[in-house]
Design a protein around this ligand. Sequence first.
Ligand code: ADP
Length: 446
Amino acid sequence: VTMDVDVVVIGAGGAGFSAAIEAKEAGRSVVIIEKMPLVGGNTIKGSGGMNASETQYQKRAGKIYTNDTFYQYTMDGGHGLNDPALLRFFVENSSGAVDWLTGLGMNYTFGNYTTAQRSHAVNNGGPVGIELMRVLTARAEQDGIQVMLETKAEEIIMKNGQAAGVRCVGKTGNTVTVNAKAVVLATGGFGANEDLFTKYRPELKGYVTTNHPGATGDGIVMAEAVGADLTDIEQIQIHPTVEQSTSELVSESLRRDGSILINADGNRFYNEILTRDKVSAAVLAQPDSYAYIVFDQNVRNIRSIINTYVSRGFVLEDPTLEGLAAKMGVNPANFRKSVETWNAAAKAGAGDPFGRDEAMENPLVNPPYYAIKIAPGVHHTMGGVKINTNTEVISTRGAPIPGFYAAGEVTGGIHGGNRIGGNAITDIVVFGRVAGQQSAKFAGAR
Ligand code: ADP
């Protein structure tokens, strides 16, 4: 099969759909190539909220989280490795992404928090990835964008030094050649490719992954083959709270809603709302390198995703703290003392022995009590293809490769050495949209 389009988008996750919609609405013909039998990639697994600053929702609530605060928090969380220009662009376009998605029908339910917050919840604390893919796929369908499933991109076609399409393998092993005036790479990360992540970080051998099976880094390999530069490629995030038997990620939002972490001795041991790298290291330093995330009925009421965890069978539940301690196999006296000490600090809004000074709204006082056993797992690959704020792919010689654009987890630089929870959804929409606009412009000029 041979096809001719203006813009070919590789990857049907949040970045790819955002790009395709923008390119199509700029008047170009567009096709999305997807190797899996279904769309959504890692995006659809996004379980928390979407971070943004100076948004219409914050303004309406009178609790503005500023662009500068967002920038500094992300830069500090990323160990200062973040590309300053990409990060500034990301922050300043975050509220525009929220506006755009609001226009597409995204059901934001900005929370009733006492402090200014960056996270925008959807569907009363439901998973953000499902809601994002719902609005993007609906719009793409309305726009008449074709998605070719079970079609695996293998090679970027280059002509006269410009990206000019993609060679793929179809469902039956047939070759599918898509000739295009511009190419958008949106293939996601490589958290499900143990060979690749241990190539860069050998000590992660044997780690479970929260990623969908298609997150194998094909885009990194394809881009490198046509001269793209990579950045921060060894920066791989482990997420602290992964249920190990199912590899299911337990959303960070549970901690932001008031959950605490308890070790095998029944003791609390760390400030739960610090960044993923720090909390993961703290869990790994505990006896047998695991912990329980503990919460109460109030947290369950806020986070509907907990119903999913319950249905998967890994949530311990008991009407009393002692009963829950018995099910967890931890010392009940230590456990009660940990919860009561935390509750006192949470109610006072200060004085936590581990220095927690945020997400204290919900002391754990409303039974039943719940616990999920967790340990770290590979979650996000911060590094990837090097881009600029126009999402042009930068070559190892330092110049953009004409006609070649990339967005989303396949790229590197935005998150530096550690991604902030809730920033990926914003990243893929902000830069996915730019990739669509820029590729449309490039294709229109050819
Ligand atoms: P992002 O969050 O950056 O949008 P996702 O993981 O959500 O990334 O989506 C990336 C999509 O790209 C996934 O659906 C994945 O299956 C798809 N993909 C990965 N490699 C290829 C490939 N070689 N050909 C086609 N699609 C691919």
